[in-house]
Write a protein that binds this ligand. Structure first.
Ligand code: NDP
Length: 240
């Protein structure tokens, strides 16, 4: 039986690598995105993976989008809450909009999407919910009070969902990447990036594929006993 995996923000960066890894491990994959049609079209052309467009911060749009995916593909068996943004500023300069946008896209999205799929998973007796947090949600980061709060929130959210659904065959886990070579990191100034790499024992940035492989494992039958956990993939930068 082919399982359907839905990856939010799955058309670029880490999400695209996750979508590819899930496809390679035999899933029917749907990758969502917000607005970059060009990237989505190129992604489908390269991979054959289906894409759908809606804003994960919009509760109604998530209910509708998931409903359409279920109608077309039969179910959502694996949900990867990956879509995320940054709006960095130190707290004493942070605007309310910067706070709200990051909380809405990085944390409310997990509620919006998980709420839309959870009853189907409970009824099916199988489900995998994997949320992409960040090392900065574990250790905090200057200039990222909004982002760190949202990412730390995903960890508490996941532990609660894991407890509520364990007996229904539904697991919930977090993957917390360190610095991964993507467009998000490309916007970090070079001198800052050099300093960051200096703090990573493995002495390099991570690759998106290294996150994809971990998510494919957590989505697998072999990971049925793993729930409520946070898998840190950060080259040893922060050990918890
Ligand atoms: P990218 O900016 O490369 O890609 C983001 C993806 O999310 C795109 O597909 C984008 O769609 C989509 N997206 C953004 N906002 C929304 C929204 N409101 N609704 C639907 N889709 C949306 O991100 P990365 O690959 O760098 O990061 C992926 C995840 O990994 C994020 O949660 C990030 O916080 C986390 N992370 C990243 C790290 C890194 O080093 N890059 C480190 C640790 C964690 P579109 O193309 O339409 O804009």
């Amino acid at each position: 039986m082919t399982r359907t995996a839905l990856v939010t923000g799955g058309t670029r960066g880490i999400g695209a690598a996750i979508a590819r890894a899930l496809s390679d491990s035999g899933h029917q994959v749907v990758a969502t995105y917000q607005g970059n049609d060009q990237a989505a079209t190129a992604f489908t052309r390269d991979t054959g993976i289906a894409t759908r467009k809606w804003d994960v911060a919009d509760f109604e749009a998530c209910q509708q989008g998931v409903g359409e995916v279920v109608e077309e593909f039969g179910s959502v068996d694996v949900l990867v809450n990956n879509a995320g943004i940054t709006r960095d500023a130190t707290l004493h300069k942070m605007e309310l909009d910067d706070w709200n946008a990051v909380i809405a896209t990085n944390l409310n999205s997990a509620f919006n999407m998980t709420r839309a799929v959870i009853n189907g998973m409970r009824e099916a007796g199988f489900g995998r919910i994997i949320s992409i947090a960040s090392v900065n949600g574990q250790k905090g980061q200057m200039g990222q009070a909004n982002y760190a709060a949202a990412k730390a929130g995903l960890i508490g959210f996941t532990k609660s969902v894991a407890q509520e659904n364990a007996r229904r065959g539904v697991t919930a886990n977090v993957v917390a990447p360190g610095y991964i070579s993507t467009e998000m990191v490309a916007s970090v100034p070079e001198n800052v990036l050099e300093k960051i790499i200096g703090q990573i024992p493995v002495n390099r940035l991570g690759e998106a594929e290294e996150i994809g492989e971990a998510v494919a494992y957590l989505a697998s039958d072999g990971a049925a006993f793993v729930t409520g956990s946070t898998l840190s993939i950060n080259g040893g930068q922060y050990m918890v």
